[in-house]
Design a protein around this ligand. Structure first.
Ligand code: ADP
Ligand code: MG
Length: 338
């Protein structure tokens, strides 16, 4: 049973960025308005995510890290109206199987918080009162301590730095899609990046990407019924030199489906085709434009249950969504539109 647990857990939890994503999504599902992410030694020694969300009530703590326990869906039908990031009840248990987890939590009804130490199977082995305020703090220590090969992967500083960049990109994506959320990100006790609460996506983009990038972006919207599709976003102005504004070496293409950051090749392709019909040179060397696009469709018409990390989604009305993206961008990029 130990081996099976370890095998299946290591498929859910494959990397540092994976752990950060799962913990962050739990914080968002708990309604947090402030999240702090702290890593030590690239996350290998410690990953800590602290939120001021709902907390976990004492009666739920014995099962919280039990495989397939989730407080978020109670019936099969709920899967069709998914409004939370989590629903599999796999993350916490899987993280326990590959690290040491200490979780501190307090709900609004409790006077003080409790710190729980969990074992490899997700069971509570000890608990004690703690001084932390409302919300939940999860500390993941010694990640992959029992998976030497995966641990070895991170012995290379370059790989660690790549991983840190992925964490940074992930946090940026959530910071953009959740403007009202206050974010702090710390590595080895130094604040790398933080974002205050802001009121809208444009201000969030400013906080995350800086003025130089955002000055070249224009807002676009698309709304339609049957099928119901809403798209909001910020796209490079025609003629603006995208290559020059993305001074960082990374792509800044943020695509969301129902508030989830996703990798969606077909959408990206439509964007690039529209954009590069005029600005092909900017997209040389495989670069993507700086943009953010948030697509909203009814929860029942998207399937996020394809991969454990939920970064791939399946849209039931994919062709309609692609046409909508194309039509919307056409108003900005087509020659007759300029
Ligand atoms: P899922 O998110 O799919 O429900 P997880 O394994 O990530 O599964 O979490 C298990 C359960 O633990 C959640 O359903 C939730 O009840 C509780 N939980 C985990 N993290 C938090 C948090 N930060 N705040 C409140 N509850 C949490
Ligand atoms: Mg979760």
């Amino acid at each position: 049973a130990e081996t099976i647990r370890l095998l299946s857990s290591s498929q859910v939890i494959t990397s540092v960025v994976n752990v950060v994503k799962e913990l962050l999504e739990n914080s968002l599902d708990a309604g947090a308005s402030s999240v702090e992410v702290k890593l030590e030694n690239y996350g290998l020694d410690r990953i800590e995510v602290r939120d001021n969300g709902s907390g976990i009530k004492a009666s739920d703590t014995p099962v919280m890290a039990v495989r397939h326990y989730t407080s978020k869906i109670s019936s099969h039908e709920d899967l069709e109206h998914l409004e939370t990031y989590g629903f599999r009840g796999e993350a916490l248990g899987s993280i326990c199987a590959v690290s040491e987890v200490v979780l501190t939590t307090k709900t609004v009804d409790e006077d003080i918080s409790t710190q729980y130490t969990l074992d490899l199977t997700g069971k509570i082995v000890s608990q004690k009162p703690s001084h932390l305020g409302q919300g939940t703090t999860v500390c993941v220590l010694k990640l992959f301590k029992n998976l030497p090969v995966r641990r070895q992967f991170y012995s290379n500083t370059r790989k660690c730095k790549d991983e840190l960049k992925k964490v940074q990109d992930l946090l940026m994506a959530y910071a953009i899609i959740k403007p009202e959320l206050r974010f702090t990100y710390t590595h080895n006790k130094a604040v790398v990046w933080q974002k205050p609460r802001v009121s809208d996506h444009r201000t969030a983009l400013l906080a995350v990407l800086g003025m130089a990038s955002v000055a070249n972006l224009l807002p676009l919207q698309h709304r339609q019924e049957q099928p119901e599709i809403t798209i909001d976003g910020y796209f490079p102005k025609p003629g603006s030199d995208v290559a020059a504004t993305s001074s960082s070496s990374s792509d800044r293409t943020f695509i969301f489906v129902n508030n989830r950051p996703v990798h969606y090749k077909d959408i990206l392709k439509v964007v690039k085709e529209q954009y590069s019909s005029q600005y092909a040179k900017d997209l040389a060397h495989g670069r993507h434009p700086t943009l953010m696009m948030s697509i909203t469709v009814p929860a029942s018409s998207v399937d996020v249950n394809l991969t454990p990390d939920k970064t791939q989604v399946m849209l039931h009305n994919k062709e309609a969504v692609l046409s909508a993206v194309q039509a919307m961008l056409g108003t900005l990029y087509s020659p007759q539109g300029s």
